[in-house]
Every structure is written in structure tokens, then in C-alpha cells.
Write a protein of this length. Structure first.
Lengths: 256, 457
């Protein structure tokens, strides 16, 4: 009986989950109709990301068309990795090299925004910090021990991470007796900008927002179009519904 | 025109079929909201077949190409994104409609005599649909597709002796691979759709033989006029065709709203982990099936060793008790003893995982027996007593909560007080009890007198 009461009481205690619930993500406002932001994001993506990462489901001319950039300008400003504007956006670096150099092949990023979410991308790209113990010299609070070196460090500068000690109290049953365990864990607290980069933090956040915005576009280029069409479809159906109801009423008026 | 019709009728029973199934098929005039879902299910089936045909034109059932070909449909094929969303959202809504359609049966006793076969064909459709959805989900070859299939197929390994061989035979490989993808493609695009269409056909043939039930559970064929037409019946066409147009339009509004404004439905219809290709080296953090499977997934995960042993012990005692107290003959007693013995042996020899599979399986098998488990003298909930009403309410709440818990980690606390797995065990018991105890609570339930004719305002 005592055992049952104890286990019931234990069930009432707040449960401490040891599974990591993931880092706290900063929210980023996505605006797919902001063409200027998308164009700036595209430029960053093509210049910095596309060296190693592909966006192989998207084609250059499609991107240019959606973002309001002419084929000529795409060829002139953005087409470094491909040959023709109709090409898919493939990484400059061959996949095998990536595997050799970084241990993992850099993933295709076309659908990254739908896989991880835009908040994740936005926070991740702003969460690199110096870590001499890591392979590339950089570490990341959102993606610990990530293989990717921090390619935008010239812009952001060098961040250092400050950790604080967190005490974890957990309750569990051991041999029928409640046992309370206390352990400590280092958790991330905040960043310190040790060496400023070429951009102010505000400018850097803006640049990453543009890039995230572009990646959101890239993950579903038809999004704006589908919403636009959806409005018309629903308006049509709403009108049709009225007709359908009137038709039904007309037919059913002699049924009692 | 008339001449053409005569020409055809002499060679094919066109007018006869039209009249028997539409213009002179008399349906009760008091159908309500719940009677839209049959025609909607048919509509979604057609949607799945038509969009499926167009998807097949660009899809490549090859482990190296499948994921890319789906993205090709999304990025490069004209209107490909719309066709794919219609198919993926359609699949989810198909289940929503089927669940509501089945609930309608429970409300108004549509499974009762003389409609037992309609119910059985319908349940077979449900089973075929689950197989169709499960296999279709592997085809995009996303990481969740891959690991979902891996987990479900590995359930076969719980079967003693032949388990491993069987799982390998189903996969065609030691792991889910190209061979698995190819056979699932074959099942998804041709084998199961044929089965589904055939089952829908016999479901409708059986329905049109006995006639539709209605919210009052009154047989309209008992009261006919001089011409032999049911007094409470109206021709399906035009009355229910025009009414169903209204239902279809409302459904299309919901369908379009999801397709155009939230096709992933917050990760519920298209899961986030399925936006990266299948990767045998990277398991998703939580492997969660799509929402329509989660009630059954919950039951599967509920079967921990303690729980199954407890369940089996209780079941054994009950069955053994039946052997002593049953008024039936020697054969019934012998059967009870044998079943009790099998349960006892199984409890000590089979692993909990297999009992989980058996429990999940029986949760579906029980649905087939509903027409004979229900002993109420009335069909419709309108004339049933509070026992059935409460039982049905608790059952539906449990089923929904099982579905919710199926999306959460078993060890977390998503409801109150207890861990998810504990709640899932409780709701699994409620689910099973709803069926197993049905012969008793429907029999002793206080019913109201059923009117002679349908009520219609």
C-alpha cells in the first residue's frame, strides 16, 4: 500500500525530462513578398552557401523569374556554379570532396526550411562561437559539434559562448524507495562578441534574415501562388455553395 | 436520343442500372449531416486515383531517384505541387471521412441486421485503406517514410520462429531498401487500388440490395404505398444528388483551404522529417506515424510486459471462469479451457511486443464482429438508453486521446498525473471493453419505443 501511495506521489512530481528539448530559437519574420530581401538572400546563398551545399531541386531561371531578376542578370551575377540558366543549383564542390574534407557531405539545402523551420536556420546561423576544442575551431549552440566551419565569421566576427551551471533534481523509484538525485549541467547562457566583424550585430541579423527568407522561398517556390489561387478557389466555392443550397431547397420543397 | 437509348438498352442494361441505383433507388428522406460521408468517401477515392495517376507519370520507384522525383513534381512539373498536395491532403481527409462514416454506423446502428455484410465489406475497405496508406507513405522516400516502414515491418519479427524470415520476405531485403520501395509501389498503385474499388463496389451492391438505414433506425421498406414504393423513401436522384452537391461543396471548401493555405497542416499531413531523403544512418528523434494511425500505434506501444501479463492473467481467469459458469454444453466448456490454456502458455512464451501486435490486430478484428456483439433491440442512438450513449461517448473520447498520445513520447506526461503510456493502457482497455462488454450493456440497456415511420421535420 505504502509503495502504491509513494509511486502515485512520485507521478505528481514535476517530471524532469532528460531528453534535450532543443535550444531556444529566435523568431524570424518571413515575408515572401519582400522581393528586395529575397534578392539579397539569394546573393548571399549563391556566394557563400552554394560553394558546398546544393539547392538541386531549384533552377536558376525559376529563381530569377520568381524574384524578379532577368535571365541576363542571373547569368551575370548569380551563375557561378552552373553553366546554363536552366540548370539546377548544384554545389561547386563535388559531394565526395565534402565527405573527405568535413566528414559528412554537406546536405542539400533546397528543403532545409521545411525540414528544420526558418527559426532554426535564423538562430543557427547566428549561434556559431569559437571553440578551440572542435575540429573546425567553431562550434554551435543550436547544432553542437556541427561539421560546418563558420563561413560568415568575417561578417559577424568572433563570438564566445558563456555557460552557466544548472542544477538538475530528479526523482525516481529505486528498490521501492524514492531517490532524489542532484546533478549539474553546463547550459548555454549568452554570447559575447569578442572580435567584431565587418557588420554590426544589427546588420548581420538583417543579412541572416534575408538569407533565411530566401531559404523559405526556396523550400516552396509556389507558396505565394498557391495562397493567391486559394483565395479565388474559396470565393468560387462560396458562391457555388449558395447556388447548390438554392438548388437543393428548390428540389426538396415538396418533401414533407 | 430515345432511339439511341433503346439501342443501348437492348445491348446493355443502362436504364435499368440508372433506375435501380439512382432514379428509383429509394432512400429514407430523413438523412442528416452524418449521411454525407459515404458519398464524400467515394469522391476522395476518385480524387486519390486521378491525382495518383498523374503523380505516377513523374514519380520514379527507385531508392536513388524517388525523393528527387517527388521534388521534381513539386518544383518542375506544371501544377505538380497542386496534384501532390491534393493527393497527400486527400489521404488524410480520406481517413477523417472514413472515421466519421464508421462513427455514423455506431450512432444509428447501420451495422445491424440486415446490413451485416455492408459493415463487413466496409471494415475490409478500412483495412485495405490502411495498407494502401502505409505503403503509399514509403514512396516519397523521406526519412520518416523510411523509418516508419522499418518500425512497422519489424513488428513481424515478434512472431516466434518464422518472424525474422517473414519480415525479410516482406521487405525483400535485410532492411527497408530499393526492393521494398518497388514492391510497395506495385501494391500502392495497382494491387490495393483494385482491391479497394472492388470492395467499394460490393459495399454499394450490398447497400442497394437491403436499402439505406436512417437516423431513426426504421426499416422504410416495411411501409410501402400501392405502387410498392416506401412511404418514407425518396428517389436518390435527384433528391440526394442535389443534397450531396451541397455536402461536396462544403467538403471542397475545407479540402481547398488545407491544400492552398496549410498543405503540411503544421507537420501533421506532411511531416518535417520527410523533407530529407531516407537515411539508414540517421534515425529521426521520434518515429511517429501520420495522425490517422496514431490511435493504433498507441495501443501497440501500450503493451509493456507488465501490462500484457496483467491483461492476459485477467483474460485467462475470465475465460476459465466461463468454463465453469456457462450454461452451454460440453463443447463450449472445453473451448474455454483450451483458450485459457493457450493464453497461459502464450503469456510465458511470447514477448510483449507480439502481444502488442495481437492487441492492435484484435482492435481492428473486433470491428468486424460488431453486428453480432450489439444485442440492443433498437438500432438508432435516438431510442437507446443511457448505457450505450455513455459507452459510445467514452469510446470516442478514448479513441481520440489514444490518437493524441500516439503522437507523444510514451514516457512524457502530456495529460495529467500519469505518464502517456499509462493513459494509453487505460484507453486501450476502454477501447477493447467497448466491444467485449457490448453484448451485456446493450442487452440490459433501457430503450425507448421506436416509431413506425421515420421522423422528419
Amino acid at each position: 500500500m505504502k509503495k502504491i501511495v509513494l509511486s502515485l506521489l512520485l507521478a505528481l512530481l514535476p517530471v524532469v525530462s532528460h531528453a534535450d528539448e532543443g535550444p531556444k530559437l529566435d523568431h524570424v519574420k518571413i515575408d515572401l513578398s519582400d522581393k528586395a530581401s529575397l534578392q539579397r538572400g539569394a546573393r548571399i546563398f549563391v556566394n557563400y552557401c552554394l560553394s558546398c551545399h546544393s539547392a538541386s531541386y531549384l533552377r536558376y531561371d525559376r529563381m530569377g523569374h520568381d524574384l524578379g531578376i532577368s535571365d541576363e542578370l542571373v547569368k551575370q551575377d548569380l551563375l557561378f556554379a552552373g553553366n546554363k540558366v536552366g540548370d539546377r543549383m548544384q554545389a561547386v564542390m563535388p559531394v565526395a570532396d565534402g565527405k573527405k574534407w568535413f566528414g559528412v557531405a554537406p546536405p542539400d539545402l533546397t528543403l532545409e526550411a521545411r525540414y528544420r523551420g526558418t527559426d532554426w536556420i535564423y538562430t543557427y546561423l547566428r549561434s556559431f562561437y569559437r571553440d578551440p576544442k572542435s575540429f573546425s575551431g567553431w562550434n554551435n549552440t543550436v547544432f553542437p559539434h556541427v561539421a560546418m566551419p563558420f563561413v560568415l565569421y568575417e561578417w559577424q566576427g568572433e563570438q564566445h559562448a558563456v555557460f552557466r551551471t544548472k542544477t538538475i533534481v530528479s526523482h525516481e523509484m529505486k528498490n521501492g524507495k524514492p531517490v532524489t538525485q542532484v546533478s549539474t549541467e553546463q547550459v548555454f547562457d549568452h554570447f559575447v562578441l569578442a572580435k567584431p566583424g565587418t557588420m554590426t550585430p544589427k546588420q548581420y541579423d538583417q543579412a541572416i534574415r534575408d538569407l533565411t527568407n530566401f531559404m523559405a522561398y526556396m523550400s516552396e517556390p509556389t507558396k505565394l501562388e498557391r495562397i493567391r489561387i486559394g483565395v479565388y478557389v474559396l470565393i468560387f466555392l462560396a458562391v457555388f455553395l449558395v447556388v447548390a443550397i438554392l438548388l437543393k431547397k428548390e428540389y426538396w420543397k415538396d418533401i414533407h | 436520343m430515345q432511339k439511341l437509348l433503346t439501342w443501348i438498352d437492348d445491348r446493355f442494361p443502362l436504364s435499368k442500372v440508372w433506375n435501380e441505383h439512382l432514379a428509383q433507388y429509394y432512400a429514407p428522406k430523413n438523412f442528416n449531416f452524418w449521411y454525407y460521408f459515404g458519398s464524400l468517401a467515394l469522391l476522395v477515392l476518385v480524387n486519390q486515383i486521378v491525382t495518383g495517376i498523374f503523380l505516377t507519370m513523374n514519380y520514379k520507384p527507385d531508392a536513388a531517384l524517388a525523393f528527387g522525383s517527388v521534388q521534381y513534381i513539386m518544383y518542375d512539373v506544371s501544377w505538380g505541387w497542386l496534384i501532390r498536395y491534393m493527393h497527400s491532403v486527400g489521404a488524410s481527409l480520406f481517413f477523417a471521412i472514413i472515421y466519421l462514416h464508421m462513427f455514423r454506423g455506431l450512432l444509428y446502428g447501420s451495422h445491424r441486421q440486415p446490413r451485416e455484410l455492408i459493415w463487413i465489406f466496409g471494415t475490409l475497405i478500412f483495412v485495405a485503406l490502411m495498407a494502401e496508406a502505409f505503403m503509399g507513405y514509403l514512396l516519397p522516400w523521406g526519412n520518416m517514410s523510411y523509418w516508419g516502414a522499418q518500425v512497422i515491418i519489424s513488428l513481424f519479427t515478434a512472431i516466434p520462429v518464422i518472424g525474422n524470415g517473414l519480415a525479410q520476405w516482406v521487405r525483400g531485403d535485410f532492411v527497408v531498401s530499393d526492393a521494398t520501395l518497388n514492391r510497395f509501389f506495385a501494391f500502392h498503385v495497382i494491387a490495393l487500388p483494385l482491391v479497394l474499388v472492388a470492395l467499394v463496389f460490393v459495399h454499394l451492391v450490398a447497400l442497394h440490395k437491403v436499402g439505406s438505414n436512417n437516423p431513426d433506425g426504421v426499416e422504410i421498406k416495411k411501409k410501402k404505398d400501392a405502387k410498392g414504393i416506401p412511404l418514407d423513401g425518396i428517389p436518390f436522384h435527384p433528391y440526394y444528388t442535389v443534397k450531396d452537391i451541397v455536402g461536396v461543396t462544403v467538403f471542397l471548401m475545407v479540402f481547398s483551404a488545407i491544400i492552398f493555405f496549410a498543405p503540411s497542416f503544421g507537420g501533421k499531413f506532411l511531416e518535417h522529417d520527410n523533407f530529407i531523403p531516407a537515411n539508414i544512418l540517421s534515425t529521426p528523434l521520434d518515429i511517429v506515424p501520420l495522425w490517422y494511425f496514431t490511435p493504433f500505434y498507441s495501443m501497440l506501444r501500450a503493451s509493456t510486459t507488465d501490462f500484457t501479463h496483467g491483461m492476459l492473467a485477467v483474460a485467462t481467469v475470465l475465460v476459465a471462469g466461463l468454463a465453469f459458469f456457462t450454461k452451454r454444453g460440453f463443447l463450449a466448456k472445453l473451448m474455454s479451457v483450451v483458450i485459457a490454456a493457450v493464453l497461459i502458455v502464450g503469456m510465458f512464451t511470447l514477448q510483449a511486443k507480439l502481444w502488442g501486435v495481437i492487441m492492435m490486430g484484435s482492435s481492428i478484428v473486433l470491428i468486424f464482429f460488431l453486428p453480432w456483439l450489439d444485442r440492443s433491440p433498437v438500432k438508432s442512438i435516438r431510442y437507446r438508453g443511457s448505457l450505450y450513449k455513455s459507452a459510445l461517448t467514452i469510446f470516442v473520447v478514448s479513441f481520440i486521446l489514444l490518437g493524441y498520445l500516439g503522437t507523444k513520447s510514451p514516457d512524457a506526461v502530456s495529460l495529467v498525473l500519469f505518464k502517456n503510456v499509462t493513459w494509453a493502457q487505460a484507453f486501450t482497455l476502454v477501447y477493447l471493453a467497448f466491444f467485449v462488454l457490448m453484448p451485456w450493456y446493450t442487452k440490459i440497456d433501457k430503450t425507448k419505443p421506436v416509431p413506425e415511420r421515420v421522423t422528419f421535420k
